[in-house]
Design a protein. Structure first.
Length: 142
């Protein structure tokens, strides 16, 4: 199977807990490779645009407020089955439902402050990667 890419965001709660490295270690141990990364404090417009698909959902306003409450760490991960592998590492959206040993079970406090974001399909991964990175930002394996 060809290498896949996915967009990963370590959300403000996890950045505040100082667990960027602990989360990166899980990506690496699962065979995912960081090929681009940047730390940002998102503007409201950026967060609203990123989550535009959820615009009509009742949690949209709270989600945007949370995503701009502090800096986030944004990365592109590459590997076999990267989208699904990353989703498996994250665990269920609600940390109370997340399997033991997943990032959300171990680091998230609530469905709102749930530590990480990951693309949910190949097509959304391509759109989300392009939202934050130019093609030239992605580093090929040496
Ligand atoms: P994400 O997009 O952040 O990786 O998370 P996800 O696919 O597991 O969840 P999604 O349905 O795409 O929802 C995006 C984010 O919105 C918040 N949310 N809150 N209160 C609620 O019912 C609710 N549902 C979703 C979560 O922070 C979720 O990560
Ligand atoms: Mg989602």
């Amino acid at each position: 199977m060809a290498l896949q890419r996915t967009l990963s965001i370590i959300k403000p709660d996890a950045v505040a807990k100082n667990v960027i490295g602990a989360i990166y270690q899980r990506f690496e141990q699962a065979g995912l490779r960081v090929v681009a990364a940047r730390m940002r404090h998102l503007s409201r417009a950026e967060a609203e645009g990123f989550y535009a698909v959820h615009r009509e959902r009742p949690f949209f306003k709270a989600l945007v407020e949370f995503m701009i409450s502090g800096p986030v760490m944004i990365q592109v991960l590459e590997g076999e089955h990267a989208v699904q592998k990353h989703r498996d590492l994250m665990g269920a959206t609600d940390p109370k439902q997340a399997a033991p040993g997943t990032i959300r079970a171990d680091f998230a406090d609530s469905i709102d402050a749930n530590a990480v974001h990951g693309s949910d399909a190949d097509e959304t991964a391509a759109v989300e990667i392009a939202y934050f990175f130019a093609g030239t930002d992605l580093c090929a394996r040496a």
